[in-house]
Design a protein around this ligand. Structure first.
Ligand code: HEC
Length: 273
């Protein structure tokens, strides 16, 4: 105490230099060689593990370290729900918090970039020589907050409910909707409800308490009440961009018959009776 911070810093640096002179080894070439050898060992271990995994397995047949893949890729799928590896769950959940198109960039690029820059700049704005945790309240609180928020986001991401079409259909949701909306006697609308559950619409839209509200997509439970009719919905779903909706994909590829089913279902959805 009493001695100004910059002076203490300078004294500490001088002591450190003297220490290195007396008993240290220089960074080049000693530490660099050390790091290079260790990096090569790590890469070699990864290559050996990859070879063991690859050459003992064959397709879905598991070898010593598991199969090549669990199921064959289906490029035609429209109901696949992508999920990241667990160490990206926190980012994945951050994206779910920022649901509106204008804010998605902030959640996915903005916040992680700001945190990264803060971390890289750390040696430049935290210049005190203090190392004891008790004397660094700001750093300690920041560290604890980061750990808690990342753990919470990871946990939320891991337990987040997906709008899985197959599960909704297995749970009899389309029939339940038909009862609730009063279109159970219209087989085209019921078929449309199943298609709606299968086609990933619920990744963005909500419907009678199911699905996720993402990217500003509205609840569709009473979309038919607007009275715009089956033809309008067919045209909308087959090409949303013509109505200024550039977020929703075009479902024209579903074909006329399926579009009719979907549109009949949307038209019959009038808010639960
Ligand atoms: C990627 C997200 C996304 C998916 C998937 C999606 N939508 Fe949309 N949808 C939107 C958004 C966003 C809007 C609102 C656009 C606007 O307000 O201009 C919208 C609007 C709509 C509207 C018009 C609502 C209104 O009040 O005018 C209908 C109908 C609709 N969607 C049906 C569907 C159907 C049926 C599916 C599945 C086949 C589907 N959507 C899949 C994002 C999505």
């Amino acid at each position: 105490m009493g001695v100004p911070l910059s002076e203490r810093n300078r004294a500490g640096h001088k002591r450190y230099k003297e220490d290195v002179e007396r008993e240290g080894k220089s960074f080049w070439p000693y530490a660099v060689l050390h790091d290079a050898i260790m990096s090569l060992v790590v890469v070699a271990v990864i290559i050996v593990l990859a070879c063991i995994w690859y050459f003992t397995a064959d397709g879905v047949e598991a070898g010593w370290l598991g199969p090549w893949y669990a199921t064959e890729a289906d490029p035609g799928t429209i109901s696949f729900v992508p999920r990241p590896d667990w160490f990206f769950y926190f980012l994945f959940y951050l994206l779910r918090i920022f649901k509106w198109p204008e804010s998605v960039l902030l959640g996915t690029v903005g916040i992680p970039t700001i945190l990264l820059v803060l971390l890289i700049a750390l040696p430049f704005y935290d210049r005190r020589p203090e190392r004891r945790p008790g004397r660094r309240p700001v750093a300690m609180i920041a560290a604890v907050l980061v750990v808690i928020s990342m753990a919470t986001l990871t946990w939320k991401g891991a337990t987040a409910k997906e709008a899985l079409g197959s599960e909704l259909i297995a749970a009899g949701k389309p029939e339940e909707w038909a009862q609730q909306q009063g279109f159970a006697d219209n087989p085209t609308a019921v078929a449309g409800a199943k298609l709606f559950a299968e086609s990933g619409c619920l990744n963005c839209h909500t419907y009678l308490g199911e699905g996720n509200s993402n990217l500003g997509a509205p609840n569709l439970s009473d979309i038919g009440a607007s009275g715009r009719g089956v033809d309008f919905f067919k045209s909308y779903v087959s090409n949303p961009a013509q109505y200024g909706n550039n977020v929703m994909i075009s479902y024209g590829y579903l074909g006329d018959e399926n579009l009719t089913k979907l549109a009949t279902f949307l038209d019959a959805s009038r808010g639960g009776g």
